[in-house]
Design a protein around this ligand. Structure first.
Ligand SMILES: [Zn+2]
Length: 355
């Protein structure tokens, strides 16, 4: 697009969490503004590139979710630079966690910020070929997003606006229709594996395990490097057995143990449980070659598969997805896990009605 001189003025980079869509948007803006660009990448050494890499170029503007009392991105500009440079794959959750009192808040893009965008893009560029505005998480724009419609449709000459989203279905249709959508795929397991070995000093087995759990989410892969996930399987196996048996003292002990680990660990563990549940279903109904599990997991699933069927698969995985959200929002973990365990227990004992 850049080499053909056909850079569309309003673009939407949409990709799943951890796909690097934000990092790619910034790299793209850096490339089109590079003073000595190569065929496929910016030079990385010109004055423009150096300012882009530090996120201090005067023509590079960000709009990101903020929380009260902050109303505009510029109030948090320094925090934002530090957070992004430390981890270009960061999630909305990670970002809000870095703001004081931001943990477990939702984040918002305010009408004040929208007016600020109009104001700064109305001014001429200082030095860049493309004055660039990146709007991260436009999912947070509700009716105030309408302030931007005219701008998105017809930005001033030499302006590049890139919206960076995870979920297009949560973006206002009036915004969607004004942007050219670029789909960013999730990362390949082999790429994550390589990065774990090259950049995070993992051995081959650990890199494979992590890439399988992360399922294309590089941000999750990084968090798994520091989390001891070797105990996941045993914890999962014990949980499913206790859920099924319904023995309250056993369940209570298990719940107490997991509730004492960290929220990051818990999110990853629930995500692992969700993958194992799907694997148990696939074991019986799908192509076993597609299962990404190791030998001890396979041995457990041989028996466990009898309890997962089309009548309870989506019920269980949905309750697990909800539990991840509750964990992020600071729910009482013991109550959450006890309720979840009882629910899963009932689901496991429900006969298959549909096939
Ligand atoms: Zn350059």
């Amino acid at each position: 697009m850049a080499n053909d001189g056909r850079v569309s003025h309003t673009q939407l980079f949409v990709g799943p969490e951890g796909s690097g869509n934000l990092a790619l948007a910034i790299a793209f803006a850096q490339y089109v503004n590079c003073l000595k660009p190569g065929i496929a990448d910016s030079c990385g050494t010109c004055t423009s590139c150096i300012k882009f890499e530090k996120l201090i170029h005067p023509d590079l503007h960000f709009t990101i979710p903020t929380i009260s009392p902050y109303k505009q991105t510029r109030e948090l500009a320094q925090d934002w630079r530090e957070a992004f440079i430390a981890n270009p794959y960061l999630s909305n959750f990670d970002w809000l966690n870095t703001i004081e009192n931001g943990a477990n808040k939702q984040g918002n893009i305010t009408s004040e910020e929208c007016r600020d965008i109009l104001h700064r893009l109305a001014l001429t560029a200082y030095e860049a070929k493309f004055k660039t505005q990146i709007i991260w998480q436009p999912e947070h724009l509700k009716t105030e997003g309408n302030i931007l419609l005219k701008l998105l449709e017809e930005p001033p000459y030499g302006t590049l606006i890139i919206l960076v989203a995870n979920h297009t279905e949560k973006v206002l249709p009036t915004i969607l229709s004004r942007a050219q959508t670029i789909k960013i795929p999730k990362l390949k397991d082999t790429d994550i594996e390589k990065a774990m070995v090259d950049l995070h000093a993992c051995n081959a087995q650990k890199a494979t395990d992590i890439s399988r759990l992360a399922d294309g989410d590089y941000n999750m892969a990084i968090s798994l490097v520091t989390v001891d996930h070797d105990g996941y399987f045993e914890r999962y196996r014990d949980w499913m057995r206790s859920c099924f048996s319904g023995k309250v003292d056993e369940l209570q002990k298990w719940v107490d143990e997991i509730s004492g680990t960290g929220r990051e660990y818990i999110k990853n563990f629930i995500s692992y449980t969700s993958q194992m549940t799907r694997a148990a279903f696939l074991y019986r109904y799908g192509d076993q070659k597609l299962l990404r599990i190791n030998d001890k997991e396979l041995k457990f699933l041989e028996k466990f598969t009898a309890f997962i069927h089309s009548g309870n698969l989506s019920e269980i995985t949905r309750s697990l997805d909800d539990a991840i959200i509750f964990t992020e929002r600071n729910a009482n973990l013991k109550i959450m896990f006890l309720n979840l365990s009882l629910y899963i227990g009932r689901q496991l004992k429900s006969g298959n009605q549909t096939s």
